[in-house]
Ligand binder design. Structure first.
Ligand code: SDX
Length: 397
């Protein structure tokens, strides 16, 4: 006999578990991929501190660590880098499909469509085959940057340029996007940004990836599902909005007034706040150092002065509530200096996070049970059918 839900009771009748909006604090899975200490501002990937990886590793080495759980040997890394390099190209069919997308469309919609289309080329059902898993990981990590860069050129009315096998992963992406071989420092800083954005435990897009993975669908659908989730302004889309905010504030002297007005209007300050961190996001700390390294070498950006003023003025206004800069607050300033268009900031986030989504896809397959949470029903009691002539027009919900 299923226990009856009592009206207004936010505890599940059968399990007694209380409803938590946004699943705040509710463990939805067990994972060994990434750990966050939100009070201390600590982030580790498979036990390795983010600071150590940012200083010593590369994006592909970090992706390998996240997905297979250990840092690769030199042979394993060389094989993985070579496999990714060999799979960077995208079928003309996908490129031709992208040429039909409206140039005014958002690049995240183009990426979600093109990522899903990869599933048309590869079998869907071999997900219990380690070779299939390896091949899918290589293809997605290799092809996502190519598709992001391809849409940028296509929407400008140009043909996409082919990947260059003589360039490393990050340098090749910047080359395909800007049509210029990047400065080695720019490529290294971009590669570090990818490491910082690669994984972050059960954020919204990774949760989407795990829910989709739990149905045993193909990895291309898993990534497409996650891309759609990342696109939202409360998640990966915030980096784009931060730059718009900095331009709206205009000068450091306006920062305090802007914050007062935003708080008065109960408007969220983009790039601030986090469900887990109650201190400054450790990734924001590293990104700020990268911003300063970029500006020392390639010239200053006055918006950085605005950003620092916002952070300074927010300390007293938002700090007491545990609201500090998150990963999105400074990342856009790096991308802007690299010549990456603003509406490509979130696709760049996706290029990095594919590593985390694939790590969680593989982990979910290792101990799968389909996600099917419950609900607290708050709708109508059972009622009789109402013929249309007897219905009273009620305002649409
Ligand atoms: C990412 O989860 C992850 O790990 C995500 C991510 C990753 O790597 O995957 O880190 C990437 O998504 C970073 C976050 C990017 N989004 C933004 O910068 C958008 C602005 N931030 C907020 O929308 C918000 O902080 C969230 C979405 C990040 C977190 O939201 P929560 O945990 O649901 O918090 P909440 O909205 O319930 O707010 C709690 C309180 C509220 O005040 P009260 O009503 O209790 O008085 O804090 C306030 C909020 O108004 N608040 C903010 C704020 N964020 C929260 N007030 C002003 N500005 C903000 N940014």
């Amino acid at each position: 006999m299923v226990a009856q839900q009592q009206p207004g009771d936010l505890r599940h009748a059968r399990t007694g578990i209380e409803l938590r909006p946004g699943l705040d604090g509710v463990p939805a899975t067990q994972s060994s991929i990434c750990d966050i200490d939100g009070d201390q501002g600590l982030l580790t990937y498979r036990g390795y501190p983010m600071q150590d990886l940012a200083a010593n590793s590369s994006f592909l080495e970090t992706a390998y660590l996240l997905i297979w759980g250990e840092l690769p040997s030199s042979d394993q890394l060389a094989d993985f880098e070579h496999a990714v390099q060999m799979h960077r190209r995208v079928s003309f069919r996908v490129r031709d499909m992208m040429k039909c997308f409206p140039a005014s469309g958002h690049p995240m919609d183009a990426l979600q469509s093109s990522a899903a289309s990869l599933g048309l080329f590869y079998s869907r059902r071999a997900i219990d085959d380690p070779q299939y898993i390896y091949d899918a990981v290589v293809r997605l990590i290799a092809k996502i940057p190519t598709m992001v860069a391809a849409f940028q050129l296509i929407r400008k009315g140009q043909d996409p340029i082919q990947p260059r096998d003589d360039l490393a992963y990050s340098a090749n992406f910047l080359y395909m996007l800007t049509e210029r071989e990047p400065d080695p420092l720019a490529a290294r800083i971009f590669d570090c940004c990818l490491m910082l954005h690669a994984e972050h435990s059960l954020n919204a897009s990774t949760f989407s990836a795990r829910v989709t993975a739990s149905t045993l669908t193909d990895p291309y659908a898993v990534v497409a599902s996650a891309v759609g989730t990342l696109a939202g302004p409360l998640h990966g889309g915030a980096n784009e909005d931060v730059l718009a905010m900095l331009e709206e504030v205009g000068s450091a002297g306006n920062a305090g007034a802007y914050l007062d007005e935003a708080m008065q209007a109960k408007r969220k300050v983009m790039g601030f706040g986090h469900r887990e961190y109650k201190v400054k996001d450790p990734r924001a700390v590293i990104l700020q150092a990268l911003v300063e390294e970029m500006f020392d070498r390639f010239g200053h950006d006055d918006l950085y002065d605005v950003a620092r003023a916002i952070e300074r003025e927010a300390e007293s206004r938002l700090g007491p509530k545990g609201i500090y800069p998150n990963v999105d607050f400074y990342s856009g300033l790096v991308y802007r200096k690299l010549g990456i268009p603003r509406d490509l900031f979130t696709p760049v986030f996706a290029i990095a996070r594919v590593a985390g989504w694939l790590a969680h896809w593989r982990e979910q397959l290792g101990a799968n049970r389909i996600f099917r949470p419950s609900q607290i029903y708050s709708g109508s009691e059972p009622r009789s059918w109402m013929p249309i002539e007897q219905r009273v027009t009620s305002p649409a919900a």
